[in-house]
Design a protein around this ligand. Structure first.
Ligand code: ATP
Length: 216
């Protein structure tokens, strides 16, 4: 079974890494792929470039054989659509291999506004990770999908190539990339919120307004 977990990862932090490990164990796979996406151009100018986010991700997983980086969305020009990514993966994996995409409840709440969203359950299973915040609109399409396609155990995902939805409620660390960027910009230390090699590289490159000679 192939599992993808996407995000902007600007920068990758321990909240992401911890969730990826939880997913690996709860879904019973040997590997989870982290898939960085393009960032819309209206984000702030101190944000890292795609190549820099990718470098930081690679540093973050260097010592963790269960986590791999899949840069296919950055290799495609323009916006990344999940349906395109899944279609590409489906072609590579063949029609029988189970494929899972992971999404937080916040993003899943707008699932029916994603491009070609109806195709997604035909291509993969959807694992929805509960995040703090408002519950899904009970009569909305995402809640209906969870009801109609919902399964109660990860084992069931291994029995079909796609089409099921599974809700997971793992413990989450209260860390956000926004909070880390704000900290760095205001000269405070983000240490222990993200891996040290990632923070060292952020300082070396002066990303997010970091001073290269800060020594924390
Ligand atoms: P930002 O603050 O820039 O919006 P972020 O920290 O929320 O970033 P993203 O790259 O947007 O990170 O998130 C990638 C994925 O990781 C999303 O599915 C998001 O729901 C999830 N995620 C973000 N932070 C955490 C966390 N602390 N624990 C678990 N999952 C998280």
């Amino acid at each position: 079974m192939h599992v993808i977990y996407g995000g902007t990862f600007d920068p990758i932090h321990h909240g992401h890494l911890r969730l990826a490990i939880e997913l690996k164990e709860r879904l019973g796979v040997s590997e989870v792929s982290l898939v960085p996406c393009h960032i819309p151009p209206h984000r702030g100018s101190t944000d890292a470039s795609s190549a820099q986010r990718l470098d930081l991700l690679r540093l973050a997983v260097a010592d963790e054989p269960g986590l791999v980086v899949d840069d296919r969305e950055l290799a495609r020009s323009g916006a990344s659509y999940t349906a395109d990514t899944l279609r590409q993966l489906r072609e590579q994996l063949g029609e029988h291999e189970p494929l899972v995409m992971v999404v937080g409840t916040d993003a899943f709440a707008g699932f029916d506004r994603w491009r070609e969203w109806e195709k997604i359950p035909q291509l993969a299973h959807v694992v929805v990770v509960k995040r703090p915040g408002p519950a899904l609109e009970p009569l909305g399409v995402p809640a209906k999908l969870l009801q109609e396609r919902g399964v109660s155990s990860a084992d069931q995902l291994h029995s079909a190539p796609g089409g099921y939805c599974l809700e997971l409620d793992p413990p989450l660390l209260d860390i956000s990339a926004t909070g880390i960027r704000e900290r760095i910009l205001s000269g405070r230390s983000p240490r222990y919120l993200l891996p040290d090699p990632v923070w060292q590289e952020i300082r070396r490159l002066g990303l997010y307004g970091a001073c290269p000679d800060e020594n924390f």
